[in-house]
Design a protein around this ligand. Structure first.
Ligand code: ZN
Length: 296
């Protein structure tokens, strides 16, 4: 767990520096405040999770092992194959959980915090409501029990997932071709920006946590040729709801103000004209315009 925290800190430091030098979207004047808010949310989540997850993970994994239970143990597998299966299946479970977070209103109340961010950068990888993180941790424990995974599987998976999640939220310049090639294996920034679009056809796409395979297999893969047109954030949430720490923490208590990605002006029709120009260049009231720099 300490190794994951170290990997997160190192990845964040590198990405933060790169985003300062070569951003794809310009932050306006609020980059530091925005980043600080997201990182504080991440620290709350990390602290809350540390209180129970490591002990619960050891308990579930050792109990399953003691009874030789779990689907993976039903078929004798070479250790290396078991490792790969463990990592791949954890990622598949993460994909399913992410889809559920968009489809079930109760889960969306919590997950909306991740999506109503004004901007998307490396710190957005930390911007989750702790309820979202707690539910997700229980799902991981259930997957460990059902599949009979080892503690090491989860630790290794998280060691991969955390830095790569910071990377694919990154507001960084990556040559289009490099991004395209990488996106055959892992989730890339261009892929994940689309997931943070407020247009429902885009919000409800690119759910994969680490391997892009799942979106390709289940037909939810989507790319946008013109990053300048992606409009981040969700409609309906006021500045006080999405741009303050208390607002983020209180979001699940509010009525749902925006269904997953629905923007009433853009509609639900995936074939409709994209209408990306609607308010695209408008400065938000807090002077924190997050706009495309045109540099890629
Ligand atoms: Zn999402």
């Amino acid at each position: 767990m300490h190794l994951s925290a170290l990997a997160a800190a190192a990845a964040l430091a590198v990405l933060w520096l790169a985003e300062g030098l070569y951003p794809v979207f310009a932050h306006g004047r609020c980059r530091r405040a925005h980043g600080m808010r997201n990182v504080v949310l991440g620290l709350i989540n990390g602290g809350a999770r540390a209180l129970f997850f490591p002990a619960a993970l050891v308990m579930v994994a050792t109990t399953t092992m003691r009874f030789d239970a779990g689907l993976l143990r039903m078929v004798p597998l070479p250790p290396r194959v078991e490792w790969v299966m463990g990592i791949v299946l954890l990622d598949l479970a993460g994909y399913a959980w992410h889809v559920a977070s968009h489809q079930w209103p109760l889960l969306w109340r919590f997950h909306a915090v991740h999506h109503h961010d004004d901007a998307v950068d490396s710190t957005t990888a930390f911007r989750f409501h702790f309820g979202d993180v707690m539910f997700g941790s229980f799902v991981t424990l259930a997957v460990v029990g059902v599949l009979g995974l080892r503690v090491e599987h989860v630790l290794f998976y998280e060691l991969l997932l955390i830095p790569l999640s910071i990377f694919h939220h990154g507001n960084i310049r990556l040559p289009g071709r490099v991004d395209r090639v990488l996106s055959w294996l892992i989730v890339t920034p261009r892929m994940h920006w689309v997931h943070h679009s407020r247009w429902i056809a885009e919000t409800n796409s690119n759910y994969s946590p680490l391997f892009s395979l799942w979106d390709r297999v289940f037909g939810t893969f989507r790319l946008c040729g013109d990053p300048a047109g992606i409009r981040f954030r969700l409609e309906g949430y006021a500045d006080a709801d999405r741009a303050t720490l208390l607002g983020c923490l209180a979001t699940p208590l509010l009525p749902i103000k925006s269904e997953p990605g629905r923007d009433p002006r853009l509609g639900m029709d995936a074939n409709a004209p994209h209408a990306r120009s609607v308010e695209r260049r408008g400065a938000c009231p807090s002077q924190c315009e997050y706009s495309y720099t045109g540099r890629e």
